[in-house]
Write a protein of this length. Sequence first.
Length: 470
Amino acid sequence: MALNSSAQPHFVLIPFMCQGHLIPMIDKAWLLADRGVIVTIITTPKNVACFSSSINGAVESGLAIRVEQLRFPAAEVGLPEGCETLDNLPSMELMSSFFAALRLMQRPVEKMFEELKPRPNCIIYDRHFTWIVETASKYRIPRIWFDGKNYFYQLCCHNVIKFKAQECFSRGETFTVPGLSDRIEFTAAQLPGNLNSGSSSAMKEQMEKTMEAEGGADGAKKQNVWCIGLVSPCDRNNFYKARRGNEALLTDENQCLKLLESWPPSSVIYVCFGSLNRLTPTQLMELDLALEASKRPFIWVIRGGYKKEEMEKWLKEDGFEERIRGRGLLIRGWAPQVLILSHPSIGGFLTQCGWNSALEGICACVPMITWPLFSEQFMNEKLLVQILQVGVGVGVEVAVPMGEEEFGATVKKEEIMKVVECLMEEGEDRRKRENKLAEMASRTVEAGGSSYINITVLIEYVIRQATDGY
Ligand code: UDP
C-alpha cells in the first residue's frame, strides 16, 4: 500500500474476544493513536460494548481511533446468539465452535478492508486469528502478531521445547528449565496448553495452528520484536480505571469504594481469578471459609457463569453473605479491578496470575497471593514469587484446563489462611520491591523510555514497508 512519507499510517487492530486479550489490545490502540497513528479496531458488537466509553473518551480527546463492528457468526457454528466472548461460552465443549466462528470472520474482515479509508498499512492481530496470514499477504501489508504474555514465559517455553526438558519425567515429577540463570522448576502437569498432555484436544489443535501462523509474522518471529507497554493505566483517572475491561457488566464502583474507605491502609484483601474465573463450588466453599476465618476485610469477585446456580444456592443457604456484611463484599458482575487495586486500603491481591492482573498488581504496589489455574499462569507465578519476590504461592500443583475443573485438586481452608496471614503480616518488603518495579515500568512509556522508543521504531518500520512496497 503506497504511503506518502508524511502521511499518517493506518493500523488495523483485531483483538481476540476474551478480556485478558482485549484489554491490552485496547491499551495499545491508545498508545499508538497517541503517537499520531490512525487506529481502526475491528471486533463484534458485544465486544465493542466492553470498551466503548473508554474509547469514546480517547476519541473526544482527539485521538484518531475508530471502531468497526462485524457480526459474530454464532448461529453458523451452533453457538447461542450473543455468545461472542470466550468467557461467555455456556460450556467449554463449545470451544472448537468458537474457534470455527473466528475462521468464518475472514471474508467479512477482508470485505471491510476493501472499504477502509485510508487503506490500512499494517495489521496487529491476536494469534488466534490464524487466517490473517492470508489476508496480510493478499493486501501486501505487514502483519504483527500481538502477544500479551511476557518474555519469561516465552523463554521458559522455548527452552522446554528446545531441550525436550520434561520428556524423561512423569507428569508429577519436577524438572528444571534448562538455560536460565535461576533454578526454575515445574512439573509437566503445570505447563501451558500446547506442552501439557492434560489439555483438551480443541485447545491443542488451536495452539498448533497459531504456532504455525506465528512463524512468518513481522512481529516476534520473522525479524523484529517490539516491546510495547507497560499498558496498565494506573495513571488514568478513576473513570477510566473503573472502566478497564468489561464495562457492560461493571459493578457500581461506589460500592467498592465505600467498603475500601471504611478500612485502614493496607488492610483489605482483593480476590479475583481473572475474566475466566471457574472455581468449583467445593473450592469456593473452602475459600469462603478461609476468608471468613481470617477476620480480615475483603472484596471477592465470584462472577462467571460456571455452576452459578449451585454456588448461589450455597452462598444463600449457608448465610455467608450475611455473616460477612460490612467486612466483605462479593462482586458478581465485573469488578473495577484497577480502581480497587490502586486504593490505599488494599493490602493483598489473591490472583490467578494472568499477566494483566500481575502487572496491575505490581503497578499498584500490592503484594500478591499466587493461585495459578492454567495456561502460562504457573510461569507467571514463578516470576512473581521466586524472581521478583512480590508474591506468596498458595501451593497449587497441577494446572486445571478449562472444562475439567471437577478433576482438579482443592486448596484447603487451612492452606489458604496460612498464605493470607503470611502475605498480610510480611507485605512491606514485597511492597518496596514493587515500588521500584512500578517506577521502572512507568519510565518505559515516558518519552525516551524503551516502550516509547519501540513505538517509534515500529511506526517507522510500517511507514518504510508502505513507502518502499511490502
Ligand atoms: N478484570 C477486571 N474485573 C474483573 C475481572 C477481570 O477488571 O472482574 C480485568 C483485570 O483487571 C485484567 C483482566 O481483566 O486486566 C484479566 O486479565 P488476566 O491476564 O489477569 O487474566 P485472564 O482473564 O486472561 O485469565
